[in-house]
Design a protein around this ligand. Structure first.
Ligand SMILES: Nc1nc2c(ncn2[C@@H]2O[C@H](COP(=O)(O)OP(=O)(O)OP(=O)(O)O)[C@@H](O)[C@H]2O)c(=O)[nH]1
Ligand SMILES: [Mg+2]
Length: 312
């Protein structure tokens, strides 16, 4: 129970800025405008757009609120809060965290643009899965940035898992190749591969990613492989664009949304799930080893819209 409360408190704390941007403004709007009329919807639309839900998602959300409100015969604006909460739970659980069935060796290829939080997230996943009793290994396939290998080594020490590396300048596909062999011989359950930050519009770097993925598929035939894209929640709308571009090069199995704790743009999670139809697997709510959570749509919406049940 205590663990569960700790989980929720961390999530609640992490969504503070998004609540200020989104939830508190909706509450203020409802407080000052009791009728569920066009003017109310226009203001609601503006708040939703400012929370970094995309225009299309906002339109769809407002339409759905109108539809459900009409069905209920509701005329008071406070219903809108309850309905938004309800719809978001529906939408976010529509695409559950349905990660693929895992083979004896499961491999996660962690990708994303510079500074999104890849290395930190690799360390956090390693710690989380180790706590779950799995044998975990890290591969330092960011051989590009100076000190990237050392950074992952530090995370390896914190999480108490081995790190396979070849140092700066090595071919990342060769590191991954080595790591797969090591993982097989050491009976590892989960191999997490950190990669270099790459701009989604730089073609050669994206091709390099394709190559790493190819080597993985070839060398680890019996393993299940997942490509996970790390997105920084503070980048808002740009995150959706990044996800679309990466998905076109290397089909994504899941998304990890980091830095929710530093972002007022947590609303971006809605268009990510709605428009890309890729499940959110983890969310980052801080810089520490324990600040990564498996995504739980209901808990997420509950932390975003607390107390609303009372108003229904
Ligand atoms: N507040 C907060 N900071 C985070 C989170 N995840 C990562 N960071 C911070 O983001 C910064 C970049 O993290 P890295 O893990 O180095 O990012 P990266 O994607 O590996 O960066 P490159 O390898 O340079 O592309 C660090 O200062 C992290 O502490 C999070 O969930 N919350
Ligand atoms: Mg890194």
């Amino acid at each position: 129970m205590e663990k569960k409360n700790g989980f929720f408190n961390k999530l609640f704390g992490g969504l503070e800025k998004t609540r200020q941007q989104l939830t508190n403004r909706i509450s203020a709007l409802v407080g000052g405008h009791s009728e569920l009329d066009e003017e109310f919807y226009e203001e609601l639309e503006e708040i939703l757009i400012l929370s970094d839900m995309s225009f299309d998602t906002v339109e769809a959300l407002i339409d759905e609120v109108k539809k459900r409100a009409k069905k209920m015969g509701a005329t008071e604006s406070k219903v809108a809060e309850v309905l938004i909460r309800e719809i978001l739970v529906d939408w976010l659980t529509d695409h559950p965290n349905d990660s693929k069935p895992k083979s004896k060796l499961h491999i996660q290829l962690v990708i994303g643009v510079n500074g999104a939080g890849k290395t930190t997230t690799c360390g956090k996943i390693a710690a989380l899965e180790k706590r779950n009793g799995r044998q975990v290994m890290l591969a330092a396939a960011d051989t590009f940035r100076a000190a990237a290998v050392e950074q992952l080594m530090i995370w390896g020490e914190r999480a108490e898992v081995p790190v396979i590396s070849q140092g700066q300048g090595a071919d990342p596909a060769a590191v991954v190749f080595d790591a797969v062999q090591a993982a097989k011989s050491r009976n590892i359950d989960l191999l997490i591969c950190d990669t270099a930050g790459r701009l989604h519009n730089k073609k050669n770097l994206m091709l390099e990613l394709e190559k790493i993925h190819r080597v993985l598929k070839r060398e680890a035939e019996d393993a299940s492989i997942e490509v996970l894209l790390v997105l920084d929640a503070t980048t808002g709308q740009n995150a959706i664009h990044q996800a679309k571009t990466f998905h076109a090069i290397t089909p994504l199995d899941g998304i990890i949304l980091t830095k929710l704790d530093g972002s007022s743009k947590g609303g971006v999670i809605v268009p990510i799930v709605q428009e890309l139809q890729i499940p959110i697997q983890f969310i980052g709510v801080g810089e520490g080893l324990d600040d990564l959570q498996e995504f739980d749509a209901e808990k997420f919406v509950e932390a975003l819209f607390p107390q609303i049940i009372d108003k229904a």
